[in-house]
Design a protein around this ligand. Structure first.
Ligand SMILES: *Cc1c(COP(=O)(O)O)cnc(C)c1O
Length: 345
């Protein structure tokens, strides 16, 4: 039996119709394996069209692989990668970035909200310049951040300017990239290659697909031998058409943006309706599809008792994440339960 909808994570959602239908279409007959099929070509071209540039495109199974392999492609083992203390690569990838890069160290910048700034990057990159310290080579930013904040075009440009100055490459973890585009109302190119991003990991899973992320190299030289890297890491799908086809459906129909819109709107709606509850505080401005709610442990426990699932790993507050399938009645129920829980204590 299907459980009542929960908002603990945006990967609780199922597969959106557009991705599902494309999978079904790709299932009609046989196709060449290992990515030499029409679907893979179509999906890659779809990305080049969407980003208005001739990027190298690869499809992998998940975000951990996309980030780790992309970072490994930008680094030698004696290099280091600057990231925020909230970064998924630091907190949720089990050391995969270091593993796949044969030891490139993550240099973690303490941040209060998950956003890196040019100042923090410069400070960390110049903190040591001697041979005993791993040489800074890459900056990775998450767009939107793990805290649901979106970097503006200007903020990304300012970061990439520092990167150019200090000879650092810029990687973007875009597991929710679509959500950032939706919030800013910008073209994907504006917050990626046009703003100086070298490599983007574009998330499909949290945007309504079953599985799969795309890795886009805007600086094509950096993509050299990336196919071998994927294969060695167990990330080359033999039936690649099933990783690629959903992207064709998502890009052709515009579902990639529509799904993000539904998710973002749901988060804004929740935030708007609970922000004035006594004892409730929004931990971060709501810009993407996540709402972080600070409340007393009593209130959180009441919500759990009412059957709500949520994670508290970011700053101890309750995180609610919305996906393409967010049901209005369930959001309203959550609002009512938060209101009553905050009034009862
Ligand atoms: C979910 C997520 C990923 C991808 O995680 P996988 O579970 O490996 O697919 C990457 N970065 C961020 C910020 C995420 O939230």
């Amino acid at each position: 039996m299907m459980q009542a909808q929960q908002f603990a994570s945006d990967n609780y959602a199922g597969i959106c119709p557009e991705a599902w239908q494309a999978m079904q279409a790709a299932n009609g007959g046989s196709a060449i394996a290992y990515g030499d099929d029409e679907w893979t070509e179509k999906a890659s071209d779809g990305f080049r069209q969407l980003f208005q540039t001739d990027a190298e495109v690869f499809f992998v199974f998940n975000g951990t692989a996309a980030n780790s392999l992309a970072l490994a492609a930008l680094c030698q083992s004696y290099h280091s990668v600057i990231c925020s203390s909230f970064a998924h690569v630091e907190t949720d990838e089990c050391g995969a970035p270091e593993f796949f890069s044969n030891g490139s160290k993550l240099l973690v910048a303490p941040t209060t909200d998950g956003k890196l700034t040019p100042e923090v990057i410069r400070q960390l990159a110049l903190s040591r310049t001697d041979i005993h310290f791993p040489k800074p080579r890459v900056v990775t930013i998450t767009q939107p951040t793990e805290t649901g904040l979106v970097y503006t075009v200007e903020e990304i440009k300012a970061i990439s300017a520092v990167c150019k100055e200090l000879n650092l490459r810029l990687h973007m973890d875009g597991s929710r990239f679509a959500h950032a585009c939706e919030f800013l109302g910008c073209e994907p190119a504006d917050i990626s290659w046009k703003a100086g991003v070298d490599v983007l990991c574009f998330g499909g899973t949290k945007n309504g697909m079953a599985v799969g992320e795309a890795v886009l190299f805007f600086n094509k030289e950096l993509a050299e031998d990336f196919d071998y890297r994927c294969k060695q890491a167990g990330q080359l799908a033999s039936k690649m058409r099933f990783l690629a086809a959903p992207w064709v459906g998502m890009l052709e129909t515009g579902a990639w943006l529509k799904n993000a819109q539904r998710a973002n709107q749901s988060a804004r709606y929740l935030a708007e309706n609970i922000k004035n509850c006594p004892g409730i505080q929004l931990m971060f401005p709501v810009q993407a599809n996540g709402v972080f709610v600070s409340a007393s442990e009593q209130v959180l426990e009441k919500l759990r008792t009412k059957g709500w699932r949520f994670y508290t790993f970011i700053g101890g507050g309750a995180r609610f994440m919305f996906a393409w399938d967010a049901q209005q009645e369930r959001i309203d129920q959550l609002i009512a339960d938060i209101k009553s829980a905050s009034q009862e204590v």
